[in-house]
Design a protein around this ligand. Structure first.
Ligand code: SF4
Length: 229
């Protein structure tokens, strides 16, 4: 997709996502003031965003919420506390999370990094267990850095919207070169993640999709079975 058309489509997508705040909230994305931690599952702090962004990989969000609540009750829902724990102790606290042993290690390493300085993408990516989407999510939603996480939903939805496969890096670079605000970047990610979970599955459910009029598959101009990404 041409960059001008892509940017126009993003503006229209965000208008639709903004109009659909209640729908996004059903999927635990809360449209809020741009620097609020509430966007990310309604959590209360930057530290909880970091913790949950690491715990949620290959784990259901509902389980992450329960674990965060337990951590809050035990007073270990902040990075300073986590940085001082042993891997064994943290592992027992997050035991209901998938891959808890390796995540305990990752979380302690991230906590020790983040209590010392504001993070860079490179520093986060150097920690085993933190990939690009997690690093960008921590930066955007936790530290209010202008970046754009790319996930599976982002790739599949943009391919279907345009009817052809653009590289996620191409899309991300174009978006970040523009002056989209933090609010707009968060809204785009939250909206795409919601649509991905609710409708844009392997076999898409287009008839109830909030962005069907902006999508080549939704409007019948493209056939999803011919789009491989
Ligand atoms: S209209 Fe269909 S293909 Fe397009 S984003 Fe929605 S669910 Fe996906």
């Amino acid at each position: 997709m041409q960059s001008k058309e892509l940017l126009h489509r993003i503006v229209l997508l965000n208008k639709e996502f903004d109009r659909s705040r209640d729908f996004l909230a059903k999927y635990r994305w809360f449209v809020s003031p741009e620097d609020s931690p509430k966007w990310w599952g309604g959590l209360d702090s930057r530290d909880e965003i970091v913790i949950s962004a690491i715990l949620v990989q290959q784990t259901r969000w509902e389980q992450v919420e329960k674990t965060i609540s337990e951590m809050k009750r035990s007073g270990v829902n902040d990075l300073r506390k986590i940085a001082s724990l042993s891997e064994k102790d943290l592992d027992s606290i997050i035991a209901k999370i998938n891959f808890h042993r390796s995540k305990a290690k990752t979380l302690i390493e991230a906590a020790r990094l983040l209590i010392k300085s504001n993070p860079s993408r490179e520093a986060l990516l150097s920690i085993k267990g933190i990939g690009e989407e997690t690093a960008d999510s921590i930066l955007l939603f936790g530290f209010n850095v202008r970046t754009l996480p790319i996930n599976y939903f982002f790739r599949i939805i943009f391919s279907r919207i345009s009817g052809k496969v653009d590289s996620p890096k191409y899309i991300r670079d174009i978006v970040l070169k523009q002056d989209f605000s933090l609010f707009e970047l968060k809204l785009l990610y939250a909206g795409l993640s919601t649509v991905g979970k609710a409708n844009c599955k392997r076999v898409p459910v287009c008839n109830t999709c909030i962005i069907k009029n902006l999508c080549n598959v939704g409007t019948g101009k493209a056939d999803y079975t011919t789009i491989h990404f």
